[in-house]
Write a new protein. Structure first.
Length: 515
């Protein structure tokens, strides 16, 4: 069997060694220093999944600077807000994104441009002319090549700063405070426990999610740093992933439940076409995973599918294996070593097992954080040294955590609390449903009522009456959405996660309230 090399990064037909990436990062660090970037300053990346993302990220780390990956789906005002709020001194962007990025660059900041690679252009239907550099652009490759590598002795540690995508208002920058030996050890431990990445373990991974998200970024950076084979998917494609797993004997993946759904909906002959026996560690998070979806993935891929729960603020704090998923359907796991999880009611009382409340958690030794420019928001999310990510859930008698919903997504219907995630999980089990989003809309009598936007599978015919009939035997009558709409395509982030606020906001636009 052909030997598959490690210590390399692949994207489309392009390939680069880990050593070359690190050498270019050392050169970029020298260039950043000449541009005036210092420890604690910010460099922003408006890049799709590309080699330059790793080069710039590692370069920022060498200087002790913060790297801010920006969601490149944003329009100019959205990007401008992030770049201004984080006070970006340097911006690195792909060429085809310049129409929305260039006007957003703060005055005095340096803009470096990366040509958009062919495989990325093809994945996003970008016209060839938009991928090239204009005559006045500062090319990333030229910038990197003209500087000598920074000396190894100059290495300093810092962290990326990610902006959370809240449902209302502007996103908040999660600014990690300085790393010390204890926090660095905690991050290394969690990376090994959750992602199974360590220098001692040879791994071959595919980065399936966008690197502007915290988890795919941490997964990808860790895999590259520790010398594994890393393949970048410009955009998630279910069958292409199966082909990559077989061809490169992939061992490690980081995924989200939407990807599982798309994989499971491939035709049976396609699913059976590929050898997936090389998989050792498949971990997922970021959104609730329906019990049926998890069970079917484990039946197909084997006992390699694990799940973790945490956030940008806290890192991963809870984890479970495939065996635990089958034994405790619906759980997101138990606290990792050194992690604490507690459930509180609205009055601040800690709740016993089985009672639903707000979930608070923290990992001992994890580096602290603040919300950039919003110190009050940081204090508001903390209780007894633990931090809330805004989720509602409960712990069972064995210490396993179950999530009910996001606190901000909870719908109050005539005084009754409804958690849309419960209804979404049932809808995803309905034949003909590709995906869905359930949320609250204004109601004069009850305050809020439920709406469901459903994306049917291709070729499927669904009706509102059929949906209500399906749900009637699965949820209480007051949990059946009063408004049901069918959409050919729900708005999504590049990770596949539905952007619920784009569906919800028009219903509330004429009111003066949000709940």
């Amino acid at each position: 069997m052909e030997e598959i090399p490690v210590g390399r990064i692949l994207s489309g037909d392009r390939e680069v060694s880990r050593g070359a990436v690190m050498e270019r990062a050392h050169r970029a660090a020298s260039g950043f220093a000449i541009l005036g970037l210092k420890a604690g300053d910010v460099i922003a990346l408006v890049l799709r999944n590309d080699f330059a993302f790793f080069e710039a990220s590692f370069a920022a780390q060498r200087l002790g600077a913060y790297c801010v990956p920006v969601n490149w789906h944003g329009k100019t005002p959205e990007i401008a807000y992030v770049l201004k709020d984080c006070n970006a001194k340097i911006v690195v962007a792909h060429a085809d994104l310049l129409p929305q990025v260039a006007p957003a660059v703060p005055q005095g900041a340096s803009l470096l441009v990366v040509p958009t690679p062919l495989e990325i252009a093809a994945a996003y239907n970008v016209a060839p002319g938009a991928c090239q550099l204009s005559s006045d652009a500062v090319p990333w490759d030229t910038f990197v090549a003209q500087h000598e590598p920074m000396a190894e002795s100059a290495v300093r540690a810092m962290s990326s700063m990610f902006y959370t995508s809240g449902t209302t208002g502007h996103p908040k920058g999660v600014r990690r405070l300085g790393l010390d030996a204890a926090s660095a050890a905690a991050m290394t431990r969690v990376t090994k426990d959750v992602f199974a990445i360590s220098p001692e373990r040879v791994m071959r991974a595919v980065v399936t999610g966008p690197l502007y998200h915290a988890a795919p970024s941490h997964f990808g950076l860790s895999a590259v740093r520790d010398g594994g084979l890393v393949i970048l998917q410009p955009r998630f494609d279910a069958e292409q992933l199966l082909s990559l797993i077989e061809h490169y004997r992939i061992t490690h993946l980081h995924m989200v439940p939407t990807m599982f759904v798309r994989l499971l909906r491939l035709p049976e002959p396609v699913k059976g076409r590929y050898d997936l026996s090389s998989l050792e560690w498949v971990v997922h998070a970021a959104a609730p995973c329906a019990v049926d979806v998890k069970r079917r993935m484990i039946e197909w891929w084997g006992p390699v599918v694990g799940e973790y729960y945490g956030g940008t603020e806290t890192g991963a704090a809870v984890f479970h294996t495939a065996e635990e998923a089958l034994r405790k359907p619906g759980t997101v796991g138990r606290p990792l070593p050194g992690a604490s999880v507690r459930i509180y009611d609205e009055a601040g009382n800690a709740l016993p097992p089985g009672q639903v409340g707000e979930v608070y958690l923290w990992v001992e030794g994890w580096p602290d954080f603040t919300y950039h420019n919003l110190p009050d928001a940081r204090r508001e999310c903390e209780r007894d040294g633990l931090v809330s990510l805004g989720d509602i859930g409960y712990l069972d008698e064995d210490g396993y955590l179950f999530l009910c919903d996001r606190k901000r997504d909870m719908v109050i219907f005539g005084g009754s609390n409804i958690y849309p995630a419960e209804i979404e999980a049932e809808l995803l089990a309905m034949p003909g449903v590709h995906d869905c989003a359930v949320f609250g809309i204004p109601d004069e009598e009850y305050g809020e009522r439920l709406a469901a936007h459903i994306e049917p599978q291709r070729g499927a015919t669904l009706t509102s009456d059929a949906v209500r009939s399906f749900l009637s035997s699965r949820v209480a009558s007051f949990k059946i959405p009063q408004l049901i709409k069918f959409d050919s395509g729900l708005p999504r982030e590049d990770s596949g996660k539905i952007i619920k606020r784009k569906l919800r906001d028009p219903y509330w636009a004429s009111t003066r309230r949000r709940i």
